[in-house]
Ligand binder design. Sequence first.
Ligand code: SF4
Length: 340
Amino acid sequence: MKDISISEAALSQLDEALDLMTNINSQSLVALQMPSGIIRDHLLFLRLIRKRFNCEVLTLLRPSYGACDIPYPNLEKMGVTHIIHMGHNSIETFVKSIPTLFVPIKLPVEIDIVKDALARMVKDHSLESEKIVITSTVQYLDVVAEIIGELEKRKVIPLVNTPEGRTTSPGQVLGCNFAAAKTEEANVTIFIGTGKFHPRGIAISTGKKVIALNPHTGKTEILTGKDFLYSRASIALSLSDKKRFSVILCTRPGQFRLELAKEMVRKGRKKGYTCELLLLDEIRPEYFTGLKIDGIVSTACPRIAYDDSNLYPVPVITPGEFLLAIGEIDIDRLTIDELD
Ligand code: SF4
């Protein structure tokens, strides 16, 4: 899908969602936050909001990676009265000090491609009469209802878990939370979405079979997390004989894990390691250049360690991997890092 079509989809979804913001008026100051995929078209969104409410709009140029990273304290200081956050669902586990409209961007898919893929999947994996859990990222949650109907027609028993913790929609998973896939009732999960990160996370978190279905191409793939977990364990164990660690704590409201960070420092020091807390608003590789440290323990978004570790001057590991490195846990207790 071309960027412009994502922006067009986003624009029409924003237009619809703005109907909910009945209390914005010409005196309001609205902050607009969006992901990198559509930020180049921010003027489209900004103009729509201004036209609707005749108010001032402030665009946050730093792209957003999740609903976890809205800088409420800074926006409060600026007198922002409303926030419009595009691209993600609300995360319910922290207080929002400014009224916030979340506009998750739903991506259009060819439903016939999905239906054909489901038919092949049921046959190839002998899913008839099986209970399976359906999960998705927010962009594809609208297709879940159609998928349920299609699977039922093929005598599969689909389950969709109600949201809990930081997720707000049935079946929704995040890069830091796979609760929607967890149930004793089923041994197979279907993930609707793109990329490997989420289905691999589900496989590690549940220990069960995961079939990832790309709704744009209809391609399906079985994901297991074992290789990934072993490669992460090997990074962690390579730090066992090192000495100096920074434990990073991120101020973003949905990534702030103070107690966990303190626990890592306490446990590391007890084992004879030098562990210091570092506080950051935004975590970027260049901030660590020249620091005399051997490893970074990230208590912020798990994807910093999983996706970007090699961009940093020293390895970035998760709290669980740190516990493995310092000999607090065995490798069979290492799992994917999740936030509540
Ligand atoms: S912590 Fe990371 S994975 Fe979780 S919502 Fe935020 S950006 Fe996404």
